[in-house]
Design a protein around this ligand. Structure first.
Ligand code: MG
Length: 159
């Protein structure tokens, strides 16, 4: 069995009049993430980890913000495209692990819905997807609720 590992990171600003979508799940909150797409930092970090594992560049290369077709894009659609790309190259997800850093709102009640959503898009078992949430202990821009960040690691396998 061949193995490849990749990591990903993303951060988006919080702003008014935006929906908060994390891990493909809409979360009730007075602020949402600002971006060209739906700004789902968890899914963006996971896609970069998957691409990085195969040295395929980053999501900016495949879905450039300058391209109007990705405006307000559902990041789950982009995730399905990245998954199709790695499958086409003969690889599959061994497991994914992600940490989302947000001061508010409490994300714990939404984690299982995120894992289920990502598992269905990626067509893998939910127990191959880890998502953890933490605060930044009120430190820095994330701690001041100016944004939400996410980190991810992807292990890919090929037979
Ligand atoms: Mg992003």
């Amino acid at each position: 069995m061949n193995l490849r590992i990749g990591n990903g990171y993303d951060i988006h600003r919080l702003g008014r009049d935006r929906r908060l979508i994390l891990g493909g799940v809409e979360i009730p909150h007075e602020l949402g993430l600002v971006g060209h797409s739906d700004a789902d930092v968890i899914v963006h970090a996971i896609m970069d980890a998957m691409l990085g594992a195969l040295s395929l560049g980053d999501i900016g290369l495949y879905f450039p913000p300058s391209d109007p077709q990705w405006k307000n894009a559902d990041s789950l659609v982009l995730l399905a495209k990245v998954n199709a790309l790695i499958l086409e190259k003969g690889w599959a997800i061994g497991n994914l692990d992600s940490t989302v850093v947000a001061e508010r709102p409490k994300l714990k009640p939404h984690i299982s819905a995120m894992r289920e959503k990502l598992a269905s898009v990626l067509e893998i078992e939910g127990d191959r997807i880890g998502i953890k949430a933490t605060t930044n202990e009120k430190l820095g821009p994330v701690g001041r609720e100016e944004g939400i960040a996410a980190y991810a690691v992807a292990l890919l396998v090929s037979s």
